[in-house]
Ligand binder design. Structure first.
Ligand SMILES: Cc1cc2nc3c(=O)[nH]c(=O)nc-3n(C[C@H](O)[C@H](O)[C@H](O)COP(=O)(O)OP(=O)(O)OC[C@H]3O[C@@H](n4cnc5c(N)ncnc54)[C@H](O)[C@@H]3O)c2cc1C
Length: 233
């Protein structure tokens, strides 16, 4: 998410305590209830130690399970939605309900969540695998991510969604914008779909680079880039 410089008047919920739990019910095969407040990093460590495979593609993605469900986080061809059996939500009225996968709508970095609801837990279906094999896959994806992405500087991750059959980073690079700076923000010379903060970037610097990239890519290739990051404020 990118919050505009003027800030935002809103309530931020920090899901802690029981929302940070991982529960394997007996006789539930390879299914796990995971609290929305569990970090993806901790979930992967748990899966590695307990021999639950399938989520390794999430390695290196910052954030919590709730955020990953709401954005249908994914990488290397995998998406968390592929493993979701049910989602537990708290509605605006405080009532908690569990919705089965068949009633849930996911898309590319998209989850149609009932307005105002909070994801509290998710039931994931995983594969049986050895800890060693899971560890190797996690390391493989982490190395790949580190090679391709500018993880040494702060960013909000991929700025634009990949258009069908192409890559936003390739288009921005082909438009000659790699390394382009506005204020403290820069289109990463390593991966053009990342805008990094070189130190003192303001949200307005990042938004100006977003507009520039969109304009140039539209002009040169006729492709309209759609934001992957969420702009608030
Ligand atoms: C360096 C870097 C690399 C990244 N790489 C990837 C990648 O490879 N793939 C990918 O998909 N993403 C990637 N991201 C983006 C981001 O990390 C993921 O989308 C992550 O899953 C978001 O989780 P979060 O907890 O930070 O959610 P936030 O960013 O805090 O929230 C995302 C949205 O979900 C809502 N939300 C969060 N939790 C809940 C909840 N419990 N209930 C209801 N609504 C909620 C928020 O209000 C917001 O609208 C990357 C980001 C960075 C900085």
């Amino acid at each position: 998410i990118l919050v505009k410089d003027e800030g935002l008047e809103a309530v931020a919920l920090y899901l802690t305590g029981e929302f940070e739990g991982i529960l394997k019910e007996s006789n539930s095969g390879n299914e796990l209830w995971v609290g929305a407040g569990v970090s993806l990093f901790d979930l992967l460590l748990y899966c590695r130690d307990m021999g639950f495979g399938g989520l390794e593609f999430l390695a290196g993605i910052p954030g919590k399970v709730g955020g990953a469900v709401c954005r249908n986080a994914g990488a290397f061809g995998g998406e968390i939605a592929e493993h979701i059996v049910a989602v537990e939500l708290m509605g605006e009225d405080g009532a908690i309900k569990t919705i089965e996968r068949g009633q849930l709508e996911f898309g590319y970095r998209f989850f149609k969540r009932p307005s105002g609801s909070v994801v509290t837990k998710v039931l994931l279906s995983l594969d049986e695998d050895s800890s060693e094999s899971i560890r190797e896959k996690i390391v493989h994806y982490l190395v790949e991510k580190k090679q391709r992405q500018p993880l040494d500087l702060p960013s909000a991750g991929s700025v634009f969604k990949n258009p069908t059959g192409d890559h936003a980073g390739r288009l921005i690079e082909a438009a000659g914008l790699k390394g382009k700076r506005i204020g403290g923000a820069m289109i990463s010379p390593k991966h053009a779909n990342f805008i990094v903060n070189t130190g003192q970037a303001r949200a307005s610097d990042i938004l100006a680079l977003i507009d520039l990239a969109r304009e140039r890519v539209k002009q040169e290739f006729g492709t309209t880039l759609e934001l992957e990051i969420e702009v608030l404020g």
